[in-house]
Design a protein around this ligand. Structure first.
Ligand code: FRU
Length: 493
């Protein structure tokens, strides 16, 4: 089995090099990460080492829907061009390999070797799960001494046994210098628990984070993250990210974050939660470990558990977002995370239409938007309708109206594969007027960043032919500045 899969990867990599039809299928993203074939969900074990970023991911190599989970693996020097590598972790008698993180053990605290790459993941035992028992999930280790190429599971796994809650998973681990301990954030039922360890092998519970607030009805708690950030003026805060399987602001899977303080044991929120993205296709987002200059780079799974297994692709299923750099800004007493596409993304783009100023209403026809970035600034605040359409009359709209932004994909192409995909428009509240717009369109997605990444909406779209028309209609006649349409190159060719 392993040999077959290793061979499959070799053949896939070879055939990519020869530019065959793989990666040319309808809807195949051209500059977002997708597995060559089969099912993918969460990003896992995001870590940087010796010039390379490693992306592991929830992977089912034998099917096009979710199944027994493995960790797929790819690496990149720029976070955009990815090289597929053999599967890193296979299920075994303890269970399937669910989500988790990876660290570089610089001080050899675990004794696996200096600078060992160590994966901390969840074992999910599906038999116990199906039997309706509680002790389904536990945390375990695997290590690699050759930069992620080959992996050995720790012989005394699991290292953290189930404490009696069925949902007990997705460890995100980081080194906390002040206490000289590893800290693990873990999703446990409807709360996040923090554990500490000197060596990754023995864990002690430190605290429980269960914010008391109205929205406790959110879906299952999954994939937490906890990390410090600084504002431009040097103020430090801690960020806790929590993903929820359901009941997001526009339905289904969603990602929110808290800003607060962390004293080595307890995370205390200092403001209420905010959504990281208001679209329906941004989930399981977590940051890379060990990134130079302490940059916080976030990667999400661009889908939604409501319909992920039904989207109209059949060779592979699901893509990751473009990696985004997080920026902590202060607004009054509160803090906010802005998201910026990683700087190197601009290296993939080439302007095809560029005007210092255009006035509204504005229309650009006969331009292939299927791999594009559109950016512009509004010279003055206004309500507006931005639309992308094709000759078949399929249309996707972004409406700015007072204090909300609304996207509508109900006439944007294929949508009948699932009743929840396009039943209603998606709404995002905004606190200030929209001044800048950035749209990134790949074959079957749009990432919308407004006001320098303060507002974010990510959506899948399945038009039956490329969008070729771009329009902006505004309430008042205004000018738009620095209007640019860029073509985005494929990362696979
Ligand atoms: C999130 C999630 C995780 C789990 C994994 C299983 O999408 O449900 O909580 O570890 O996916 O594939």
């Amino acid at each position: 089995m392993r040999l077959t899969i290793a061979l499959l990867f070799l053949i896939l990599n070879l055939s990519l090099a020869q530019n065959t039809s793989l990666y040319n299928e309808p809807y195949r993203p051209q500059f977002h990460f997708t597995p060559p074939a089969k099912w993918m969900n969460d990003p896992n074990g995001l870590v940087y080492l010796n010039g390379k970023y490693h992306l592991f991911y929830q992977y089912y190599p034998d099917g096009i829907v979710w199944g027994p989970m493995h960790w797929g693996h790819a690496e990149s020097t720029d976070l955009l061009h990815w090289k597929h590598l053999p599967i890193a972790l296979y299920p075994d008698k303890l269970g399937w390999i669910f989500s988790g993180s990876a660290v570089i053990d610089k001080n050899n605290t675990a004794g696996f070797g200096n600078n060992a790459m160590i994966a901390i993941f969840t074992y999910h035992n599906d038999e116990i799960w199906k039997a309706g028992k509680k002790n389904t999930e536990s945390q375990a280790l695997a290590y690699s001494l050759d930069e992620g190429k080959t992996w050995t599971k720790y012989k005394n796994n699991p290292v953290l046994n189930n404490l009696g809650e069925q949902d007990f998973r997705d460890p995100k681990v980081f080194w906390h210098g002040e206490t000289s301990k590893w800290i693990m954030a873990l999703a446990v039922g409807d709360k996040i628990k923090l554990f500490s360890s000197p060596n990754l092998k023995e864990w002690q519970e430190e605290s429980v984070f269960k914010p008391i607030e109205k929205d406790t009805e959110l879906g299952v708690w999954e994939c937490p993250d906890l990390f410090p950030m600084k504002t431009a003026s040097g103020e430090s805060k801690w960020v806790m990210i929590i993903n929820h399987g359901d009941k997001g602001p526009n339905g289904g899977s969603c990602t929110r974050y808290f800003i607060g303080n962390f004293d080595g044991k307890t995370f205390t929120k200092t403001q209420e939660a905010k959504w990281l993205d208001y679209g329906t296709d941004y989930y399981a987002a977590v940051t890379f470990s060990n990134v130079p200059n302490d940059k916080k780079i976030l990667l999400g799974w661009m889908s939604n558990w409501q319909y992920a297994t039904k989207v109209p692709t059949d060779v592979w299923r699901s893509a990751m977002t473009i990696p985004r750099e997080l920026v902590l800004i202060k607004e009054g007493k509160n803090y906010h995370l802005n998201q910026k596409m990683i700087a190197q993304f601009s290296g993939l783009t080439k302007p095809v239409f560029n005007q210092k100023e255009v006035s509204t209403p504005f229309e650009k026809k006969e331009i292939d938007l299927s791999q594009s970035e559109v950016t512009f600034d509004f010279s003055q605040p206004t309500d507006a309708i931005i639309s992308l359409s094709n000759s078949k009359g399929e249309i996707f709209t972004i409406t700015i109206a007072g204090s909300i932004v609304v996207t509508d994909r109900s006439h944007s192409g294929q949508k009948d594969f699932h009743e929840s995909f396009a039943t209603k428009p998606q709404v995002m509240p905004i606190e200030d007027k929209i001044s800048s717009v950035q749209l990134i369109l790949d074959k079957s997605s749009v990432e919308i960043l407004l006001n320098d990444g303060k507002y974010s909406m990510t959506n899948l779209l399945f038009p039956t032919e490329s969008f070729t028309e771009f329009k902006v209609i505004t309430k008042d006649k205004i000018t738009m500045q620095n209007f640019t349409i860029k073509a985005v190159a494929s990362i696979w060719k």
